[in-house]
Design a binder for this molecule. Structure first.
Ligand code: NAP
Length: 262
């Protein structure tokens, strides 16, 4: 755990106490480990019923145990996000059971392989785009009507500094996150006159399996953890958070407004 105090930001306010998300319904993708698991647990502790999506059933069941131990509740959805019809079925099932969705955390992502653009296997390129971009578009396509039925629908998508740093060898991942940012900003524009708010979240380097794969020589103990980030996801998911179309940058604690052309 980092001891670094987080600065106040325009959307942060004071840390929540009590159950700020009581009775709210939240979908979290990539809930089986890393950022998604910590977010799911924090949302459940804040009172939300969490619909936890990932492929690894055993890890989802571990999450369910932790959620119950914390006094919360979850619905487990073992699902490959590249199965786009299954995303549509998820939307239909949420509509049938709850009739609305209050929170969508589009967190699941894959790194692909780090290598020069000219060496990237087309299958790797496609798989990164499928999970990091197309699945999030399909989630919006399926769940937007339900978010609009909430009194304060909140969508939070996890991006990366790679979207703008454009480092050598991170091509597919960087391109996918830049596309995700365009997707979410477009969705924010399309929902501007509704109660729905759509934000991006840049976690910065955190102690997860993905970071370990990207930086195998790094000492994980030097990194902040998904649990450090999770309260900010709870905050962005709450009706009190009203920014849209911007990036909450966890490393600096600032809300970044993307530059628009003149
Ligand atoms: P992680 O530990 O590797 O977790 C990735 C999650 O995505 C897992 O729960 C995985 O679940 C899920 N997932 C991947 N492919 C999927 C698929 N086809 N269908 C369903 N679920 C799938 O990664 P993380 O570090 O927590 O990353 C979470 C997000 O943060 C990602 O979008 C990542 O790009 C972003 N991010 C992370 C860092 C960092 O330093 N950690 C920095 C910047 C951005 P299953 O394998 O069980 O399906």
């Amino acid at each position: 755990m980092s001891d670094t105090p987080l600065p106040e930001t325009p959307v942060s306010g004071k840390p929540f106490s009590g159950k700020p998300l009581a009775d709210r319904i939240a979908v979290v993708t990539g809930a089986s480990r890393g950022i998604g698991r910590a977010a799911s647990l924090a949302l459940a502790e804040a009172g939300a019923h969490v619909i936890a999506v990932a492929r690894t059933q055993g890890a989802l069941e571990d999450l369910d145990d932790a959620v119950r131990a914390a006094g919360g509740s979850a619905t487990l959805v073992p699902l490959d996000l590249c199965d786009y019809d299954a995303i549509d079925r998820l939307g239909a099932a949420i509509h049938e059971r709850w009739g609305r969705l209050d929170v969508l955390v589009g967190n699941a992502g894959v790194l692909g392989k780090l290598m020069p653009l000219g060496h990237v296997d087309p299958k790797v390129w496609s798989s990164v785009m499928d999970v990091n971009v197309t699945a999030n578009w399909r989630l919006i396509r399926s769940l937007d009507p339900l978010l609009r039925r909430s009194d304060a629908g909140r969508a939070v998508f996890v991006t990366s500094g790679a979207a703008s740093s454009c480092r050598a060898y991170w091509g597919p991942y960087a391109v996918s996150k830049a596309a995700l940012e365009a997707l979410v900003r477009t969705y924010a524009a399309e929902t501007a006159s509704t109660p729905v708010r759509a934000m991006l979240l840049n976690p910065g380097p955190l102690r997860t399996a993905m970071r370990k794969a990207a930086m195998p020589g790094e000492d994980p103990e030097t990194l902040r953890t998904p649990e450090d980030l999770a309260p900010h996801i709870v905050r962005l998911a709450s009706p009190a958070s009203t920014e849209s179309g911007m990036i909450f940058d966890f490393p600096t604690g600032r809300v970044l407004t993307p530059q628009k052309p003149a």
